[in-house]
Ligand binder design. Structure first.
Ligand SMILES: [Zn+2]
Length: 486
């Protein structure tokens, strides 16, 4: 807990003072929580491998000794995060802090000296271009942390090659205007996907980043397994494990999908890029059939736009989420941003994994111009219709569900019958939707499990007015500004 950053002191910042504003350290805290969980997992996997091998096994993999995970912080700046990893995470190996700015590397060296023997013995500063460094150290690091100011796209190809088998890539993106649909051309050029505007845009941003990492990984016969993918404050961060398997790579098209979204009512439908085809008792991934959607939206009659491709498989691993959550509960004093990361991980651990993207209660009611039912009422109606439903950590008004859009709209039609809206002339989407009769009678009565019963916060308010990203760090370390994600 005694990490000191000299340059923060020069600027009259102290790490302790920053920690008192817990929202400033969310990113580092969640990374440390994932790292602790990863080290436990590595121990478990090593023990399982040893048990399986048995005492008489003389193969190299069976005889390999357990090694503490090596960490690379690829864009380290003054090295504060690398030092925190070394000082705070038990069982961690060497932490290499790479930066391409000579002054930043000098700053990192001084910070290491001033943070005790543990930092000095574990953190190794290095002046290099992160891309070249990662390319020249293939599969060498168990953990690679990429936290650029902006897009990580330029670093992904070398990063996926640098992670050891079963290792973890931690990757942030702060170019949310691009990823969330504000600049679709730039998103396509950087990430190879078209984003779509909508309430689910931040989850779509996570899925575009995951699809992009996967597309880089499969070029090197590797694939990703997401552990946790979060949207926090004004950026996204994903934690994925990377494995090598030429046969698994072949099924990558099954994990990617295009999204068709109605321009009138925002109904959306996913179409996987690939499908399974069984041939000679073998399942192979082949191009999917053409889209089965009608030419225009069957709810409101408007055209569809196509976005993606995006990652359509689960974006979290619930077992990991639960393990990380129990770790941060047990060590809450060790996490300055405990309230925030605990809220996010609680929400993450409850998310429905089989339902990519979500509908927004706000959006449904805005289209129909009707009074708003409570989240619990709508969740009950979806459950009563025989489908699963959950919230999402990215939006308090999100409904993630496996119910088709037609069922959601029928539930809303039933709601409007109970709470009539004023008739408005015209052919806008709400009128067209309400002109159709629902195909079943929705029940809004309470069912068990539809509401959040545990009194634990899922969303935290912003810490101050005009909360948002800081300015980009300058070239001179004396002018380094704390970006809000430190
Ligand atoms: Zn529509």
């Amino acid at each position: 807990m005694d990490v000191i950053d000299l340059f923060k002191q020069d600027l009259s910042f102290s790490v302790e003072a920053e920690w008192s504003k817990s929202n400033l350290v969310n990113n580092r805290d969640i990374s440390i929580a994932v790292l602790r969980s990863f080290i436990l997992k590595r121990h478990e996997e090593y023990a399982a491998r040893s048990r399986k091998a048995g005492p008489g096994d003389t193969t190299l993999s069976a005889q390999a000794k357990y090694k503490e995970p090596k960490v690379l912080e690829a864009l380290a700046a003054s090295g504060l995060r690398a030092i925190r990893y070394a000082v705070e995470v038990d069982g961690i190996g060497e932490v290499t802090a790479v930066d391409n700015n000579e002054a930043a590397v000098e700053a990192c060296k001084k910070n290491i000296q001033h943070n005790g023997s543990l930092a000095s013995s574990k953190v190794v500063p290095h002046h290099a271009d992160a891309r070249v460094y990662m390319l020249t150290h293939p599969k060498e690091f168990d953990v690679v942390d990429l936290d650029p100011y902006g897009s990580p796209a330029a670093f992904l190809d070398s990063a996926v090659q640098c992670v050891a088998d079963g290792g973890i890539l931690m990757c942030s993106a702060t170019d949310m205007a691009v990823l969330a649909g504000g600049n679709a051309e730039v998103c396509f050029s950087k990430y190879g996907s078209y984003p779509l505007r909508g309430k689910h845009c931040h989850e779509m941003a996570l899925r575009i980043l995951l699809a992009c990492i996967e597309s880089h990984a499969i070029r090197h016969k590797r694939y990703i397994v997401p552990i946790i993918s979060v949207h926090m404050d004004f950026y996204i961060r994903v934690f994925v494990r990377i494995f090598t398997s030429a046969s698994t790579v072949k099924s990558s098209p099954l994990k990617l999908a295009h999204v068709y979204q109605c321009t009138g009512c925002n109904s959306f439908y996913l179409q996987n890029i690939g499908r399974i085809h069984s041939k000679d008792k073998e399942n192979i991934a082949v191009p999917n059939f053409r889209l089965t959607l009608p030419e225009v939206c069957s709810e409101c009659g408007h055209q569809f736009v196509m976005g993606g491709p995006l990652w359509s498989y689960p974006i979290h691993d619930k077992v990991w989420a639960a393990s990380i959550l129990s770790d941060i509960h047990a060590m809450r004093e060790a996490y300055p941003a405990y309230p925030k990361i605990s809220a996010i991980l609680s929400s993450v651990s409850e998310e429905l994994l089989e339902a990519p993207l979500f509908v927004s209660l706000h959006n449904l009611c805005a289209i129909l111009k009707c009074t708003t039912p409570t989240m619990v009422m709508l969740q009950c109606a979806i459950r009563n219709a025989g489908y699963q439903v959950s919230g999402s950590h990215v939006d308090p008004l999100a409904l993630k569900t496996d119910a088709p859009m037609s069922v959601i709209w029928d539930i809303m039609r039933c709601w409007v019958k109970l709470h009539p809206v004023k008739h408005r002339p015209g052919n806008h989407p709400g009128n067209v939707i309400l002109s159709q009769e629902p195909k079943f009678q929705a029940k809004f009565s309470r069912v068990l499990g539809a509401s959040v019963t545990r009194k634990r916060a899922r969303f935290m308010p912003n810490p101050e007015k005009y909360w948002g990203p800081g300015t980009k760090a300058g070239r001179n370390p004396r002018t380094f500004q704390m970006d809000n994600r430190n």
